[in-house]
Structure formats: C-alpha cells, structure tokens
Design a protein around this ligand. Structure first.
Ligand SMILES: NC(=O)C1=CN([C@@H]2O[C@H](COP(=O)(O)OP(=O)(O)OC[C@H]3O[C@@H](n4cnc5c(N)ncnc54)[C@H](O)[C@@H]3O)[C@@H](O)[C@H]2O)C=CC1
Ligand SMILES: CC(C)[C@@H](O)CC[C@@H](C)[C@H]1CC[C@H]2[C@@H]3[C@H](O)CC4=CC(=O)CC[C@]4(C)[C@H]3CC[C@]12C
Length: 342
C-alpha cells in the first residue's frame, strides 16, 4: 500500500524475521524495496535497518494467545523489540515512529467488564494478566513516553500508537484455523458464544491505510498527533466473533450450528482448562494449541466494540475499503485457501 499510495516514498525497507517470496513482487516498480532479514530483539540489527529512515512503522510482534510461545519470548519480542526500535530511532536520528498497538491494551480486562462502543477517552479499567496484552500495553507505553525525546541531531522524536480491534482479511491465521477446524468437523462450527456478545473487527486494508496516513501526516501535525493513540476502525458490522467469522466462512460452505451456545458456560470453562492441561502434558511431544483456552473464551465472551472518529478528526482518516469490499476480498481469500485445501 505504501508503494501504491505514497508519492514521497523513495525507499521501502522491510525488516522481518521471516521474509517471504512475495517480497520479490514488490521490487518491480520505481521505488527501491530493501528486504532485510532480521530480529527485532537484536538491537544492532534494528539500528542498522533504521539508520537513515525518515519514518519507521513498527508492526512486528508475536500475536500469541494460544500458548504457542513462552511469556518470556512474547515479552522479548513485543516489549524489548519495541525498546530496540525506539532506541534505534534516537541513536540514528529517525524522527517519526508509528507503532501498531492493539485494542488489547485497553481490554477486555480480566474482570470481564464490557467496553461498549467506547473511544480513546472512555474510562475503562485496563487490567491484564495474559502475557500478550501485558506486552502490548508495556510497548505502547514505551512508544508514547518516547514522544519528544531528542534524537541524533537534536530534534524531537514524534511517536504515535494505533490500536486495531480484531483484524480480519487476507492472511488472517486465526480465520484460517477456524476454516480448517470447520472442514475437520464436516463443514460445521459449533456456537460457543452468545450472538449478543459483540466484538469489534477491522479490515486489514483499512488498518494498513491508517498506518500509511499517519506515517505521512505525523511530521506536519506533530503537535496534534505526537504521543497520541488512535483506534483503528471502519464500517465493519458489530457482531459476535463467531457470527462475524461466518460472514466469510458461510459463503465458503461452513455452517455455524446453534442459535445459542450449545454447551453451558461452566462446561466451556472446564473444556478450556482441560485444553491447558493437555497442552502442558503434550508439550514434550507436540504443540497442542487449540482455539479454546481460558483466555480466548473470556475474550470472546466479553463485549468490546469501539465507536470513534478521532483518526478522522486528527488526520482525515476515512476507511478506503467499504464493508462490502472488505467482506468480498476476505471471502475470495478463504475461497483461494479452499481451493488449496481440496
Ligand atoms: N491480528 C490481530 O487481530 C491484531 C494484531 N495487532 C498487532 O498487529 C501487528 C501485526 O500482527 P499480525 O499481522 O496480526 O500478525 P503477523 O504474525 O501476521 O505479523 C507479525 C510480523 O512480525 C514478524 N516478527 C515476529 N517476531 C519478530 C522478530 N523477533 N523480529 C522481526 N520480526 C518479527 C513476523 O514474522 C510477522 O511478519 C502486531 O504488532 C500485533 O500485535 C493488533 C491488533 C489486532
Ligand atoms: C473457541 C471459541 C470460544 C471462539 O469464539 C474463540 C475466539 C477467540 C480465538 C478470539 C476472540 C477474540 C479474539 C482476539 C480479539 O480479536 C483481540 C485481539 C487483538 C490482538 O492484538 C491479537 C489478536 C486478538 C487477541 C484476538 C485473538 C483471537 C480471539 C481471542
């Protein structure tokens, strides 16, 4: 999107632990695309990649709420990695830093309190225990506190944090997991969460556009945007997590069984805890990381939706992809997966 939408772009550096062959397709245009294989936990690698950059969009992170990696690793990547990016900007003189934070910085909290149509100023007790939200909250705090620090050359660093709600769209691993689970269950998924529990979702293309816009506007609107947080939002409908997924999985042949949860909540809690035990017992042999665990159950069962226009007011954000376009593009992606699955 940067290559298509940013006329000022002279070089795009992509720094990632895992570089894919798709990067080669980006190198066909007039803008220099530099792919750098590196680890954000290694300060020297980050500094070398950042040196000379005008703006850094820091979106690297470990998105793990399924117990696939240790809390220490999540912290190392999400917190220390962010610290390394900030220090690289300061040491090399990069003045503008955009950070991909998350709704999880706010909630749902461990008390299961709903956040209903909230915005960036809505009072809410952001209390977390899980390593992932804790790491995102710490990293966001580091980014916002770094706003105003002097970088090499003596000018101030300008930082901003974007908080996507549940991202969906092409490449969404969790959607892929739901789809494959449905295929394994004969084309069916079984409702576990009441339809009334709404979860905010945002299309990946709109999240990407918000990042491009902030990267462009941060310099000209530093006084307004510096040190600010913005929820990433669009016109995606408010639905339960499972019903929302069915907007894409339904047209691809899956069916959500039950108009209300098929199992009582206490049994779901028991099964989620059993999954944790099984994960622990099986760890020496294999990685067992099902979708259902105590954290994912609590998240899915707590309403969290945002309603805000702060990004529009501060830097003119309007989602370029309508709900219909976002839905169609995601369905096409799942269908392409379906083709590969058959
Ligand atoms: N998936 C979601 O629903 C949401 C994600 N986010 C945030 O968006 C950002 C991107 O996440 P996703 O695209 O969902 O996940 P993703 O796993 O597709 O992207 C994360 C990227 O970070 C890279 N990475 C991981 N560890 C690294 C390391 N040590 N050094 C360098 N690169 C590393 C991965 O290779 C990957 O390309 C993350 O910061 C995440 O916390 C925020 C809100 C919602
Ligand atoms: C098994 C069922 C109970 C099923 O409904 C569980 C769904 C569960 C896997 C998801 C429900 C809410 C999701 C999280 C939410 O969208 C916020 C997120 C923000 C991020 O920064 C990363 C992803 C996630 C934690 C997302 C993960 C999947 C859910 C927990």
């Amino acid at each position: 999107m940067l290559l298509q939408q940013e006329p000022q772009l002279r070089e795009l550096r992509i720094f990632d632990l895992h570089l894919g062959p798709w990067l080669e397709e980006l190198k066909t245009g007039p803008v220099q695309v530099t792919a750098i294989q590196g680890d954000v936990t290694q300060a020297h690698e980050v500094a070398a990649a950042v040196a000379g950059a005008h703006v850094v969009i820091h979106t690297a992170g470990l998105v793990d709420v399924f117990g696939k990696t240790s809390p220490e690793t999540i912290h190392e990547v999400n917190v220390q990695g962010t610290r390394n990016v900030i220090e690289a900007c300061v040491q090399t003189g990069t003045r503008f830093l955009v950070y991909t934070s998350s709704m999880e910085v706010v909630g749902p909290n461990i008390k299961g309190q709903p956040f209903y149509r909230g915005n960036e100023n809505t009072p809410y007790e952001a209390v977390h225990r899980h390593p992932y939200p804790c790491s995102k909250a710490l990293a966001e705090q580091l980014v916002l506190e770094a706003n105003g620090r002097k970088v090499l050359g003596g000018l101030p660093l300008v930082t901003c944090a974007l908080r996507p709600t549940g991202i969906y769209g092409e490449g969404h691993q969790i959607m892929r997991d739901f789809y494959h689970q449905g295929l394994r269950l004969g084309g069916r998924l079984f409702r576990a969460i009441p339809a009334s529990v709404e979860h905010g979702r945002v299309y990946v293309g709109n999240v990407a556009w918000m990042h491009v816009l902030v990267a462009r506007e941060l310099e000209h609107r530093a006084a307004l945007m510096g040190g600010q947080v913005y929820f990433c939002y669009d016109n995606s409908p408010y639905k339960s997590y499972e019903d929302f997924n069915m907007e894409f999985l339904g047209p691809c042949g899956l069916r959500l069984v039950g108009t209300r949860p098929l199992l009582p909540y206490w049994l779901l809690v028991f099964l989620a805890a059993l999954n944790v035990l099984l994960q622990w017992l099986l760890r020496p042999l294999l990685l067992y990381a099902p979708l259902l665990n105590p954290y994912t159950l609590a998240m899915a069962n707590t309403t969290f939706t945002v309603s805000t226009d702060k990004a529009r007011r501060h830097f003119g954000y309007e989602p370029p992809f309508s709900w219909e376009e976002s839905r169609t593009r995601t369905i096409r992606w799942v269908q392409a997966m379906e083709g590969s699955a058959q």
